[in-house]
Design a binder for this molecule. Structure first.
Ligand code: ZN
Length: 160
């Protein structure tokens, strides 16, 4: 049986590679993609056969009922609920949600839905703005003047 991957926006934002299987998502996910890279990846996935299916009412109702009971309603967006509803619809098949979102992961486990979490490597990959001394080249988190040599600090980006 082909695995069905229900994917959220983080898959496209991080450029996460899905293994063999069918990809399914909901229309709200496309609206969460703001940059050229992730929208391009979304379009490529569609060309490769990803289905963009609206969630069905009866499954949405089921997710909302659970989320109201557990308090998850406060942390789930409408798109999150639709993704969970889509996963419920495919339950019984080999289906799982792929997401980096803890709220979705928690709600999914309560509903008995399989989750494949995307692990974020923020510390490795994110560029952080720092200040660098134009005199001695040391990096500082803040300030205008280098506390070591007294030269001016300039804003720069540094890979952490
Ligand atoms: Zn300095």
């Amino acid at each position: 049986m082909m695995t069905i991957f229900i994917v959220d926006a983080s898959v496209f934002i991080y450029g996460y590679r899905i293994g063999e299987g069918e990809m399914v998502t909901v229309p709200g996910v496309a609206e969460e993609l703001k940059d050229a890279k992730s929208t391009t990846l979304f379009e490529q996935a569609k060309s490769a056969g990803m289905r963009v299916e609206p969630a069905e009412r009866r499954y949405i109702d089921e997710v909302v009922k659970m989320a109201r009971r557990t308090g998850d309603m406060d942390v789930l967006s409408e798109t999150d609920i639709h993704l969970l509803a889509k996963a419920l619809q495919y339950m019984g098949k080999d289906a799982c949600i792929i997401t980096d979102d803890y709220a979705i992961q928690n709600a999914a486990s309560r509903l008995g839905i399989q989750v494949k979490p995307i692990v974020q490597h923020k510390i490795m990959d994110v560029l952080i703005w720092k200040k660098r001394c134009i005199g001695c080249g040391r990096y500082f988190a803040q300030g205008e003047i280098c506390p070591v040599c007294g030269s001016k600090l300039k804003r720069t980006r540094r890979r952490e």
